[in-house]
Every structure is written in structure tokens, then in C-alpha cells.
Design a binder for this molecule. Structure first.
Ligand code: ADP
Ligand code: MG
Length: 258
């Protein structure tokens, strides 16, 4: 692995301050000069106590929320608005109930002005195929299981060929078997480099999940949240949760969390 300082960042948060404005002028301080880099070709995990600002952090990374102070750089340029090369997957798949599965995935191509409708449809179909959903193009979200809905949301996030994929507890509302399968699939997708996707940021409260999937895990403190520590996971993939080394990493992260 390259030394920290010599790695190039796909995304940089520099000295970010952020507060939510509450009623009567009160503020809820979430970040106070937080700096964090996401490197090219890395799978970064983020852990932290509930309510510390993990989802807020992902929204800032996606350009959906603006920091009050500090800058966000995406591929060396200041990020001012949502960026089509960055995609997000949420804990609960956000799908339009009155759109078919195919149409929901095509929404991920809404900014692609150079593609014809036919090309968009073909691209959406190929991602549905990748996510094992071929045959469900014309179904509506309400007709699908939770795991299938999350697959649709992932297909929609990937269909635009993002460079950076942000995932906010994407497996936490799935049954265990579905979560195991989907984790492996995401890992394989990223390892195979069949997609242009360079880096993934995964937020999770499931420490085992982070050790299984991530190259590096950043642990945040409670609000206003700072970096409590960083753990580099140096285990061969696919990782077995049964090895003692695996649990050494898990313990290390738990210690930093508490
Ligand atoms: P996490 O994802 O780590 O659980 P969040 O980023 O969702 O934390 O939220 C951080 C804190 O900000 C929490 O205390 C939450 O209640 C609060 N919060 C989140 N969104 C808003 C909002 N839109 N307005 C005010 N407070 C918010
Ligand atoms: Mg959250």
C-alpha cells in the first residue's frame, strides 16, 4: 500500500464545519473543522455512534448539503452541487411507487443528455441483469421484496457509471441471507472493475460488515464529531469472519468506538 500522503484523493473534505439550524436560532453542531479524504480505488468504511453525523457526512460528500465552512473537492474541483458522477444508496431504497422497476432505474440516467431513450432503456436493462432482476422490468416496487427493492436502488445508483458510490447502511434493513449475498456482490463488482466505479464509502454500525468489506475504516466520535481513529484492514479477500485476525480488527474498532 502507498503511504498515506502520496495517495491521490477522489474526494476531499477540508476543515468542514456544519450545524443544523433548529427553531429559535439554536444550532446542532455536527462537524467542527473535520478533514477527511477518500482515496482513488479504495473501499472506505465509516463507523460512529448513532446520531454522530454519518448520514450528514455522506450528504455533504454527495453535494446534497453544503458545509457552513470549509470545502469539498471532488476530483480536484470544488463540489458545489449534486454531482452525477457520485451516486448514493440509502438505508431504505427510495423508489417511485408509480414507476416500474425499469423506469426507476432509468431515473439514474436523467442527467445523461447524450443518450437516447432507447440507449437509456438498454443500459437500465443491463444493470437489472447485473443485479439479478431481469424479468422484473415491468413490476412495481410494491410487488418486490425488500432485498429486491434495494437491488433496484443499487442498479439505479450504478447505471450512471459513477466514480464514487456512497452507501448509507444499505444492508441493515435486509434479512441476513439477502445481506450476505448483496455484500458479496457489491464487493465483487468493485473488485472486478467491470464498472468505472473507483471508490466506495460505506457507512455502517455493523463493525463485522466494515471489516469484511473495507480497506480502511474511519471511526467518528459523538457530536461534534471528530475522527477517533483509523484502521487499515489488511486481510485477503474474500474475507472470512471466522479467522482470529478478523476479530482482532473488529476489537480494535470497538475499542476506538468506546
Ligand atoms: P447518524 O447517521 O450518524 O446517525 P445523522 O447524520 O443522521 O447521524 O444526524 C446527526 C444529528 O443531526 C442527529 O442528532 C440528528 O437527529 C440530527 N439531524 C439530522 N438531520 C437533521 C435535520 N434535517 N434537522 C435537524 N437535525 C437533524
Ligand atoms: Mg444515519
Amino acid at each position: 500500500m502507498l503511504m498515506n500522503g502520496s495517495r491521490e484523493s477522489i474526494l476531499e473534505l477540508k476543515e468542514i464545519c456544519f450545524s443544523y439550524k433548529l427553531r429559535r436560532g439554536d444550532k446542532l453542531r455536527i462537524f467542527d473543522h473535520l478533514s477527511l479524504n477518500v482515496y482513488y480505488a479504495e473501499f472506505l468504511g465509516i463507523a460512529g455512534p448513532s446520531g454522530c453525523g454519518k448520514s450528514t457526512l455522506l450528504r455533504i460528500m454527495a453535494g446534497l448539503l453544503k458545509p457552513d465552512y470549509g470545502e469539498v473537492y471532488f476530483r480536484g474541483k470544488i463540489l458545489k452541487e449534486p454531482e452525477p458522477r457520485i451516486s448514493m444508496v440509502f438505508q431504505n431504497p427510495v423508489l417511485l411507487p408509480w414507476y416500474t422497476v425499469l423506469k426507476n432505474v432509468m431515473l439514474g440516467l436523467i442527467n445523461e443528455k447524450n443518450l437516447s431513450d432507447k440507449e437509456k432503456e438498454e443500459r437500465a436493462r443491463s444493470f437489472l441483469d447485473m443485479m439479478g432482476l431481469l424479468g422484473f422490468e415491468d413490476a412495481y416496487p410494491s410487488e418486490l421484496s425488500g432485498g429486491m427493492r434495494q437491488r433496484v436502488a443499487i442498479a439505479r445508483a450504478l447505471v450512471s457509471h459513477p466514480d464514487l458510490l456512497l452507501m448509507d447502511e444499505p444492508f441493515s434493513n435486509l434479512d441476513q441471507l439477502t445481506a450476505i449475498t448483496l455484500r458479496r456482490e457489491i464487493e465483487t463488482l468493485w473488485l472486478n472493475q467491470s464498472l468505472p466505479i473507483s471508490s466506495i464509502v460505506l457507512v455502517s454500525h455493523d463493525i463485522e460488515e466494515l471489516v469484511e468489506m473495507c480497506d480502511r475504516v474511519v471511526i467518528l466520535t459523538s457530536r461534534p464529531s471528530r475522527i477517533a481513529g483509523t484502521v487499515y484492514v489488511d486481510l485477503k479477500r474474500p474475507r472470512s469472519r471466522r479467522s482470529p485476525e478478523f476479530y482482532e480488527y473488529v476489537d480494535k474498532i470497538y475499542t476506538m468506538l468506546s
